[in-house]
Design a protein around this ligand. Structure first.
Ligand SMILES: Nc1ncnc2c1ncn2[C@@H]1O[C@H](COP(=O)(O)OP(=O)(O)O)[C@@H](O)[C@H]1O
Ligand SMILES: [Mg+2]
Length: 323
């Protein structure tokens, strides 16, 4: 079966005064049909750059220097603007951390949900009926009345439900969720995770879920990709990666995760040391500077090392660390 999303060799540079900032380097990942794949990594590791590259919505100074992004086998890098516009919202849709990113403050919810269906052959009443149906499906009370509401009349949690309803209304093949629960309290977070799981089953879409909260990734995802300083450093089935982290960076993230303390502290994982300078990324292992297991061998850049089955890590010592 073809993967819903297939990313290979993806390399993205930003033009800066200091030269090309190499925000993503040779990133490969697949999201199989019907699966939920998580991406985790500290701030600055390239998560937003990856999403923007997938959507081909990049800032002026960004450039895809190499690589390929395929949606069900169709290449998006170099696709026409027209084709890309066609696919966004219908084949690929996104839920952002801040729901106001995708909601228009001056239009009613009903109007916005009707607009998304502009390609559908049905009439206005039918579009509104579908919109209300989806609002009810995502757990909003009194969906009919919500059609006439403006975004600011809803709570933050309700707005995120509306954003999710809008994202899945056209039954996309790929749903990208960029930290969709980070701004919500813990109870709401659990509810939204449950909702995403249910919708994934009903709609049958694949989900790429970005978060720096490991507990949420563990709860929701089938597979996880760990990113560090613009590289994918470890990938595998969620249970394998979390029980047998095979890259020292992943092991540190798990040690630092506030979720382990069973409270939802505002602390994010923090690991001593700084990210490398991405305008001149080191030729050696990207994590060597911050790794307490580093040896002379780590002055050569490790290729992905298979740990077992579909679990690999870019560390010379992956096989022994993952035991
Ligand atoms: N438009 C831009 N111009 C220059 N550098 C950028 C731009 N956007 C992001 N970066 C840099 O690219 C790297 C990755 O950023 P980003 O993708 O936002 O990471 P994350 O979402 O994981 O926090 C960071 O070093 C960031 O400073
Ligand atoms: Mg980001």
């Amino acid at each position: 079966m073809t993967d819903t999303l297939s990313v290979d060799g993806l390399t993205v540079h930003y033009a800066t005064r200091e030269g090309a900032l190499q925000a993503l380097r040779d990133v490969a990942l697949d999201v199989p049909a019907g699966q939920i794949v998580g991406i985790v990594g500290e701030s600055g590791c390239g998560k937003s750059t990856l999403i923007n590259a997938l959507l081909q919505l990049m800032p002026e100074n960004a450039r895809i220097a190499a690589g390929s992004v395929k949606l069900e086998g169709e290449e998006l890098v170099g696709a026409t603007q027209r084709r890309l516009r066609d696919m966004r919202g219908r084949d690929i849709s996104v839920v952002f951390q801040d729901p106001m990113t995708s909601l228009n403050p001056v239009l009613t919810i009903g109007r916005q949900m009707r607009d998304i269906q502009y390609r559908e052959p049905c009439n206005r009443a039918e579009k509104l009926r579908r919109a209300a149906g989806m609002l009810g499906r995502v757990g909003l009370p009194d969906p009919q009345a919500k059609l006439d509401a403006y975004p600011h009349e809803l709570s933050g949690g309700q707005r995120q439900r509306v954003a999710i309803a809008m994202a899945v209304l056209m039954r996309p093949r790929l749903l990208i969720a960029d930290e969709p629960t980070t701004a919500l309290d813990a109870t709401l977070e659990v509810q939204i995770i449950e909702l995403l799981k249910e919708l994934q089953l009903e709609i049958g879409c694949a989900i790429l879920f970005i978060s720096h909260h490991l507990g949420v990734i563990a709860e929701l995802c089938d597979r996880v990709v760990v990113m560090y300083a613009g590289e994918a450093v470890e990938e595998g089935p969620v249970a394998d990666v979390f029980l047998h982290p095979s890259h020292p960076y992943t092991a540190k993230l798990i040690e630092c995760d506030p979720g382990r303390m069973k409270t939802r502290a505002a602390l994010l994982p923090s690991i001593p040391g700084d990210l490398p300078d991405l305008t001149a990324p080191p030729k050696e292992c990207i994590f060597r500077d911050r790794c307490d297991k580093a040896t002379e061998l780590c002055r050569t850049k490790p290729a992905p090392v298979a740990v077992n089955g579909a679990h690999w890590a870019r560390c010379h010592y992956a096989a022994e660390l993952g035991l």
